[in-house]
Design a protein around this ligand. Structure first.
Ligand code: HEM
Length: 156
């Protein structure tokens, strides 16, 4: 029961992660192109997106410890070819998502410390673009040949 709730939350929160990252990127690229000042709105967007990503990270780490498929993976340690879906979640999803969230965190704190608006927009644009690409690559989309999961999950 707890597992189904966490899985549902982790599924749903992905949309907030993606939406907030998109918001940050629109602000960063528009700021760079229009050469405007770095406003409190840019700052808030960046902090909110990073916090949502951190929440998803915590949910993911918790999910990792309670997921039956992860437990089964570490009990049997199959090769990638033997169990692509299990290996995807146990190794690829974990490492790409961790890397992405670390990049968002570094980018966000670097931008916070910088003093010129172009530097802040550039740093945010670079780190958050790479973070978003990694996250998009590591999401188990319904059309993924490795691990297909639903767009939206309902409790059953
Ligand atoms: C921004 C980061 C992340 C996003 C957007 C994300 C997204 C997702 C999505 C959409 C699913 C499919 C859920 C479903 O089947 O309905 C999933 C599954 C999963 N995620 Fe993440 N995830 C992220 C980070 C993490 C991290 C850092 C970990 C582990 C430390 C993790 C562990 C898992 C596990 C174990 C599953 C599969 C659980 C199972 O089926 O039993 N996720 N993730």
């Amino acid at each position: 029961m707890l597992y189904s709730v966490i899985l549902l939350l982790h599924n749903a929160l992905r949309w907030l992660v993606l939406g907030s990252l998109l918001g940050v990127l629109v602000s960063a690229y528009s700021g760079l192109l229009r050469r405007r000042p770095y406003t409190p709105t840019d700052q808030t967007l960046r902090i909110v997106a990073t916090s949502i990503a951190h929440t998803q990270l915590l949910l993911g780490i918790y999910l990792y410890t309670i997921s039956p498929i992860i437990r089964y993976y570490w009990q049997t340690k199959p090769s990638f070819g033997q169990a692509p879906e299990l290996s995807f979640f146990a190794l690829i999803h974990l490492s790409l998502m961790l890397t992405a969230v670390v990049l968002l965190t570094i980018g966000s704190s670097k931008a916070k410390r910088q003093t010129s608006a172009p530097d802040q927009f550039r740093t945010t644009a670079i780190y958050f673009t790479i973070g978003l690409v990694l996250i998009l690559a590591a999401i188990p989309w319904p059309f993924s040949p490795l691990a297909a999961r639903p767009w939206v999950r309902l409790l059953n």
